[in-house]
Design a protein around this ligand. Structure first.
Ligand code: PHE
Ligand code: NA
Length: 453
């Protein structure tokens, strides 16, 4: 336990935490979510959620990891023996996510390649849902190997290779390369998008506030849901990452930096995506509303269409977009996979190498199921349940266990305050002991209600 791996530098930890937070959620989830939930008015519930739940929860997770210096299951088990399972639940959710995150990254790699010469053709939706997924299925080597298997193998080799190397030489080094590179590529994309004709229409649509929406409970649920997913909270990730912090670490400040960096990237993505959508609406003679999409359809159907319409250097634009998606995805996939690598190696007292092979190997094998015929359907179903139940439940279990059952908030508060410049006050315990459980509970009920209706 004493020679636990450590981050080499504070910046290394911050970049790794940002790498986890900044992901597909920022690029393809946030823009459409904000647009559909009040546009400019969404920023109020969003900021509220960031400050009353997101950052307080992140401070709590950083403190747990730093104080108990173990992966999520063991850290939570140390707070109270009965709570180890909460950590395992989170690890399981992360494991499941990792199996399909890898596939999406493999798609992004394929599309980065397709960008050259717009190999997706004129009917981008048809290509994606039809040809691409079929071709991906049809494969190479006389049809023996699905084509998507090649980038998928690459993704896992990269991720498992990085995890083999460990915290400092693997995860930290990778994020020190990926995240600055991602920032540069993404800024180029946003600038290019902003200079396209029609960009202003997109921005107007995005920022136009729909104030009525503020009184709509589901808008608030969407805001809290976005914050939880986007900050990689309650996925066992942030506890694991902060368990590698040295004794002297300003936890609270680190949490604020991570939270604001993630939200800045989210805002930047919203601007870039909507500028591009505004251009596409104009080029195709439609309204912005008609072209707004989120999720895989935004990335693999709308963006190729945007690239098709672009006046010049469209190949590069497409390539940069899918390269960004790949980098953002990889740094998140590394963090999710580290949760079970750390959890399993601690639980069964085996080496990192063995737990990477076991956990990562199993995740890799399962991920190939999505690459087969009908795989997209599994992916959608799994993603739906993870988003609607996995995350909210994991957050609810964790905060209720710590605040209400173990009554551990005061202890965590004094631990955080002993190492941080910003001192936590009662407000922090109110956010976690009251606001967060109420919101997460309400979120669960809403989701269940929607299920029945
Ligand atoms: N936080 C990541 C994002 O915004 C998503 C993610 C969730 C990553 C869970 C890892 C684990 O895209
Ligand atoms: Na995010």
């Amino acid at each position: 336990m004493e020679n636990r791996s450590q981050w080499g530098t504070r910046l290394g930890f911050l970049l790794a935490a940002m790498g986890s937070a900044i992901g597909l959620g920022n690029i393809w989830r946030f823009p459409a979510t904000a647009y559909e939930n009040g546009g400019g008015a969404f920023f109020i519930p969003y900021l509220f959620a960031l400050l009353t739940a997101g950052i307080p929860f992140l401070i709590m997770e950083y403190t747990i990891g730093h104080k108990y210096r173990s992966s999520a299951p063991r850290s939570l088990g140390r707070i109270s023996k009965g709570f180890e399972w909460v950590g395992w639940w989170q690890v399981l959710v992360s494991f499941v996510i990792s199996t399909y995150y890898a596939v999406i990254i493999a798609w992004a790699i394929m599309y980065a390649y397709f960008s050259f010469g717009q190999q997706w053709g004129d009917d981008t939706t048809g290509f994606y849902v039809g040809e691409f997924l079929q071709v991906a299925d049809a494969g190479v080597l006389g049809g023996l190997v699905p084509m998507i298997a090649i980038p998928l193998v690459v993704v896992w080799l990269v991720v498992l290779g990085i995890l083999f190397k460990g915290v400092k030489k693997g995860i930290e080094v990778a994020n020190k390369i990926f995240i600055p590179l991602l920032a540069v590529l993404f800024v180029i994309i946003v600038i290019r998008a902003l200079t396209l004709p029609g960009a202003v229409d997109g921005l107007n649509a995005f920022f136009e506030p729909n104030w009525d929406q503020i009184w709509n409970g589901s808008v608030w649920v969407a805001a809290y849901g976005q914050i939880f997913f986007s900050l990689s909270i309650a996925f066992a990730i942030m506890i694991t990452y902060s368990s590698y912090l040295p004794k002297k670490s300003d936890i609270t400040n680190n949490a604020f930096i991570t939270g604001f960096a993630n939200s800045s990237f989210e805002l930047l993505a919203g601007i870039g995506v909507f500028a591009a959508l505004g251009f596409m609406a104009q080029a195709s003679g439609q309204g912005v509303t008609d072209v707004v999409q989120g999720g895989v359809m935004l990335a693999f159907s709308v963006f190729p269409e945007i690239v098709n319409q672009m006046p010049f250097m469209s190949d590069i634009f497409g390539f940069l977009f899918f390269a960004s998606l790949t980098l953002a995805g990889l740094s998140s996939l590394i963090s999710i996979s580290e949760t079970y690598v750390a959890g399993v190696s601690e639980k069964f007292n085996i080496s990192r190498t063995k737990s990477v092979l076991l956990g990562g190997g199993l995740a890799a094998i399962i991920s190939f199921l999505y690459a087969t015929k009908g795989g997209l359907n599994y992916l959608d179903t799994v993603d739906y349940f993870i988003n609607n139940y996995g995350v909210a439940l994991a957050g609810l279990f964790e905060v209720v266990a710590i605040a209400w059952f173990a009554r551990e908030l005061k202890g965590l508060q004094s631990h955080a305050n002993s190492v941080s410049d910003i001192k936590l006050g009662t407000w922090w315990r109110i956010c976690l002991g009251f606001i967060t459980p109420v919101v997460l509970g309400y979120m669960m009920l809403q989701n269940l209600k929607n299920e029945i209706v």
